[in-house]
Design a protein. Structure first.
Length: 136
């Protein structure tokens, strides 16, 4: 076996190992969620998030990035927008599944709806940060 053959074999192994390690690393994703509430129910949603939901998110591996309400008058009274960070899309799916199955969350959810349903509609968008984004 000559040095060229050994070098090619080593290079192939190195590239293969590198490819495996890159594929094995999870790709961090951000999830933008927009909740539209039933009329007059945004305060109840704020209460639930402030006192319960954010903690359950963290418990199940979701990182709270930020929460906002629109300043546009037509959506200011019925919309909550927030961003979560997940290690990957797969991690997000696992976290949401565990969150939904958590008996503590189920109790909070049920109790928060005693005066009626809170959320009318949910939009979710998964995003990856660009290389020039301040958040990586």
């Amino acid at each position: 076996m000559n040095i060229l053959t050994v070098t090619r074999a080593f290079s192939a192994c190195l590239l293969f190992s590198l490819a495996l390690s890159v594929q094995a690393e999870p790709t961090k994703v951000f999830e933008l969620r927009t909740y539209t509430t039933h009329e007059g129910r945004l305060p109840a949603l704020h209460e639930r998030f402030k006192n319960h939901t954010t903690g359950f998110f963290e418990k199940h591996g979701m990182r709270n990035i930020g929460y906002w309400v629109p300043s546009d008058p037509e959506r200011a009274d019925n919309t909550l927008i927030y961003i979560l960070e997940h290690d990957s899309r797969e991690a997000a799916a696992q976290s949401w599944k565990a969150f939904g199955a958590d008996p503590g969350w189920q109790k909070v959810y049920k109790e928060s709806r005693e005066d009626g349903a809170i959320v009318k509609h949910i939009d979710s968008v998964f995003m990856t940060a660009t290389e020039y984004s301040a958040i990586q």
